[in-house]
Structures are given as structure tokens and as C-alpha cells.
Design a protein around this ligand. Structure first.
Ligand code: ZN
Length: 139
């Protein structure tokens, strides 16, 4: 199982999805994780309560890059409320508080919860997503 999860993370790290910075997107936020040197700029476009576009750019370790890629792939096309729900579940999973959660490929991140210093790497993109959703809601 662990091996499969490692492959998922490596696949997203080598071929990150939605890594285009979301040019022209209405909302853009920046987050960084100085502990590791990860950085992300996340762009988001919400229409009628649905995330129609999401993209990011930045640099970071394999965990932060894979997490951003998975996050973008999973939330694009979702409603804002569903994206918030997913984000909360991922946050709880990374703190070991969501046993039995079923998050598809995102479960690959669960193993990272065993390494507290890497939890911030895994959650960076989700923190950016929350901030971007908050900004999108203000408009
Ligand atoms: Zn990192």
C-alpha cells in the first residue's frame, strides 16, 4: 500500500497538474513554508459557487508539489462548499484525526502525517486554497 502511495506522490511531483499559475484568474494568493522552503502562488476562479479554474506555480519539495497538484486536480469543477469540506478532511487527516477517510489519491498524503515536519509541506496548498476561497467569497 505504501508503495502505491509513494508512486502517486512521485507521479504528481514529476508531472504536476494545473501548474500554470492560472493566468487571468480573479483571485491569487501566496503562501510559503519557510521551514522547508516551499512556496506556492495559487490562482482561483469561482463562478456561481463552483471552482471553474484553479492553478498554481511555485517551488518546493516533492510533498508540497504533489499535494498542490492533487489538490488542484481534485477541487477543479467542485462546488466551493465541497472544496472546503475536502480541505477540512485533509487537514484532519494530516493531524491523524480522520481515520477511515476516503479521499482517493489524496490518501497518499496520509503517510506524511507520521512526519510532523512534513505536515506543513502537505498542507501548504490547502492553506492557500482556503485563503483563495475566502477571497473569492468576498467578491
Ligand atoms: Zn516541503
Amino acid at each position: 500500500m505504501d508503495e502505491l502511495y509513494q508512486e502517486i506522490i512521485l507521479d504528481h511531483y514529476r508531472r504536476p497538474r494545473n501548474r500554470d499559475g492560472c493566468p487571468g484568474c480573479a483571485v491569487s494568493v501566496h503562501q510559503d513554508n519557510p521551514l522547508c522552503g516551499d512556496e506556492i502562488t495559487l490562482g482561483l476562479e469561482v463562478e456561481d459557487g463552483t471552482i471553474v479554474r484553479v492553478g498554481y506555480e511555485g517551488q518546493g519539495c516533492s510533498i508540497s508539489t504533489a499535494s498542490a497538484s492533487m489538490m488542484a486536480e481534485v477541487v477543479e469543477g467542485q462546488s466551493v462548499s465541497r472544496a472546503r469540506e475536502l480541505s477540512e478532511t485533509v487537514r484532519r487527516m494530516m493531524h491523524g484525526e480522520a481515520p477511515g477517510a476516503d479521499l482517493g489519491d489524496l490518501m497518499a498524503l496520509e503517510g506524511v502525517a507520521r512526519f510532523p515536519v512534513r505536515v506543513k509541506c502537505a498542507l501548504l496548498a490547502w492553506t492557500a486554497l482556503n485563503e483563495a476561497l475566502g477571497k473569492a467569497g468576498e467578491r
